[in-house]
Write a protein that binds this ligand. Structure first.
Ligand code: PHE
Length: 358
């Protein structure tokens, strides 16, 4: 009995001193493994007399159970300690401040271009681009504005010096040259919008020498003014984020469209700000019309088979209207206070499902 007590004390101590799971396993093997000390004692039971066995059996069984329990408890404790140590090293400090807002903002012109593109992309338009420095042919002649045409004067064109071949490049006065380039590159049917910079020698509260337009062009069979009106109506409601917009088409003249019109939208000017969609006042926002057959031919499209409509919208003016910005010249002053005030978050990308302007 004495040596069993000693053994128990010895083993219990070894279990308590096992510093990690491997050491504890060694103790378990030495005590309870096939050749372990307790296992050896149990084997000895077979050689005992029945009386001895009756006495020793329960004692050894209790020893075995006690040691097994001690090992299990120690294993548990070691496991908890290991976990706690690991958690301590992998701790994440969630008290760190959130990342600062990205510096800089999206310019209202870029914002409005993104909004307009999102709206027309939803109507299956693709985006086309053309160069800012244009040839006389693309900016004028191909658009049915031949050399001596009076419309050339109205464009306040910036001309470059004449080149050796007599060609005089211009800073494009509108985005309409992209109509010709798109027709030539893609043929009919066609559905494009072309946002970009345009230039005219003009400067006051609502004019800057560089400004922005977005050109729209649809070419297909059996296209008529009804399509033009429907398309622009859908655009205005989406852009100004209102259910209905009053629209008015006034007859106008552009050499590259026939018939031509200017579109006004209903607005309310009482008070400091202009509100869109209701009220008794009108505001001109774009020029449009049915593409002139001469223009289609310059684009390589047969006007006997295809018709189309086109429109040109002033982007900066849309931005002023929608976001209540009074002076166009400020757009291009790069004044940080202005940019912070009127700029948009770079993370709010305009989309129809996600919202255009929040
Ligand atoms: N290019 C014209 C302008 O700058 C606008 C326009 C585009 C008109 C397309 C009709 C069709 O004023």
């Amino acid at each position: 009995m004495d040596n069993i007590e000693t053994l128990k004390r010895e083993l219990t101590e070894a279990v308590a001193n096992a510093a990690d799971e491997a050491a504890l396993e060694a103790v378990r093997v030495a005590a309870l493994g096939k050749k372990g000390r307790i296992s050896q004692l149990m084997k000895g039971l077979g050689q005992m007399s029945p009386e001895e066995r009756k006495e020793q059996g329960p004692v050894l069984n209790a020893l075995k159970n006690d040691i097994a329990d001690a090992i299990a408890a120690r294993a548990h404790a070691l496991h908890d300690a290991a976990l706690a140590a690991r958690l301590a090293t992998e701790k994440i400090d969630i008290t760190l401040p959130v990342r600062p807002e990205p510096a800089g903002s999206i310019h209202p012109v870029t914002q409005v271009i993104d909004e307009v593109v999102a709206i027309f992309a939803d109507m299956d338009f693709s985006v086309a681009v053309g160069p800012d420095i244009e040839t006389d042919f693309y900016n004028f002649t191909a658009l049915n504005i031949p050399p001596e045409h009076p419309a050339r004067q109205m464009h306040d064109t910036f001309y470059f010096h004449e080149k050796a071949d007599g060609e005089r490049p211009v800073l494009r006065t509108h985005t309409s040259p992209v109509q010709i380039r798109s027709m030539q590159a893609q043929g009919a049917p066609l559905r494009v919008i072309a946002p970009g910079r345009t230039y005219r020698c003009d400067s006051d509260m609502t004019h800057t020498p560089m400004f922005h337009q977005i050109e729209g062009l649809v070419i297909d069979k059996d296209i008529h003014m009804g399509h033009l009106k429907g398309c622009l109506d859908a655009f205005c409601r989406a852009f100004f984020e209102v259910d209905t917009v009053r629209m008015r088409f006034r007859p106008s003249h552009f050499p590259f469209t026939e018939p031509s019109a200017e579109m006004d939208i209903g607005c309310n000017r009482s008070g400091d700000e202009i509100s869109i969609g209701d009220g008794d006042d009108w505001l001109e926002i774009l020029g449009c019309g049915m593409v002139h057959p001469v223009v289609l031919r310059h684009g390589g499209i047969d006007p006997e088979i295809y018709q189309g409509f086109a429109f040109g919208i002033g982007i900066d003016r849309l931005a002023m209207l929608k976001y209540g910005i009074p002076d166009l010249r400020d757009f291009f002053e790069s004044d940080l206070r202005w940019l912070r005030h009127y700029g948009f978050s770079a993370l709010d990308i305009p989309s129809l499902p996600g919202g255009l302007s929040r």
